[in-house]
Design a protein. Structure first.
Lengths: 115, 111
């Protein structure tokens, strides 16, 4: 079983709604990630947090807002999304960012549908 | 530009048979390469991690190889099982922690 927990597993939201995706890990990892995955495509990196600070933002639109309240939690706040934002959102963590031989653990993902 | 190319795009084999998936990468500066298995609708699960100094690594029926000179990796699955049906994704990482994903190979194991 994965040790990265994501909630909710499924989310349907309107284009004017504000919602959040949550991610939690208790492995003591100091790097956490958000990925977006469309059907039959590989995951695309969105954000990386290292030691609770935003390290990488892959030019993600501002309607996606990440937050890392502490070393175990990672949120993704969603506002004014578009139907094309519908996808599987994956959270992941690793002991450190960029370290060689450093396993990245993925959560099961949150399925987001924007209507 | 960092790139990872996987082949074949899809593969169908009979249960009990072996198969080999290929990955060619162009990533700089190269740190490590990982193979993941992703079941439909679930998050990817790491199978192997290989740095440039490692040639072969096994994880049960999965054996990965890496040739850092030709920038090629392969994933060999032995004695396939129905549960091996999934997407297999090759990911190359840089020292800075940037990752480049391949498009994956969809494997279907039939009884």
């Amino acid at each position: 079983d994965t040790e990265v927990t994501q909630t909710p597993k499924h989310l349907v939201m309107g284009m004017t709604n504000k919602k959040s995706l949550k991610c939690e890990q208790h492995m003591g990892h100091r790097a956490m990630y958000w990925y977006k995955q469309k059907a039959k495509k590989p995951p695309e990196l969105m954000f990386v947090y290292s030691y609770e600070k935003l390290s990488i933002n892959e030019s993600v639109p501002s309607r996606f807002s990440p937050e890392c309240p502490n070393s175990s939690l990672l949120n993704l706040h969603l506002h004014a999304l578009q139907p094309e934002d519908s996808a599987l959102y994956l959270c992941a963590s690793s002991q450190f960012q960029g370290a060689s031989g450093n396993t990245i653990y993925f959560g099961e993902g949150s399925w987001l549908t924007v209507v | 530009k960092n790139q990872v190319e996987q082949s074949p795009q899809s593969l169908i084999i009979l249960e009990g048979k072996n198969c080999t998936l290929q990955c060619n990468y162009t990533v700089s500066p190269f740190s490590n390469l990982r193979w993941y298995k992703q079941d439909t609708g679930r998050g990817p699960v790491s199978l192997t991690i290989m740095t440039f100094s490692e040639n072969t690594k096994s994880n049960g029926r999965y054996t990965a190889t890496l040739d850092a000179d030709t920038k090629q990796s392969s994933l060999h699955i032995t004695a396939s099982q129905l549960s091996d049906s999934a997407s297999y994704i090759c990911v190359a990482h840089t020292n800075a922690g940037k990752s480049t994903f391949g498009d994956g190979t969809t494997l279907t194991v039939k009884p």
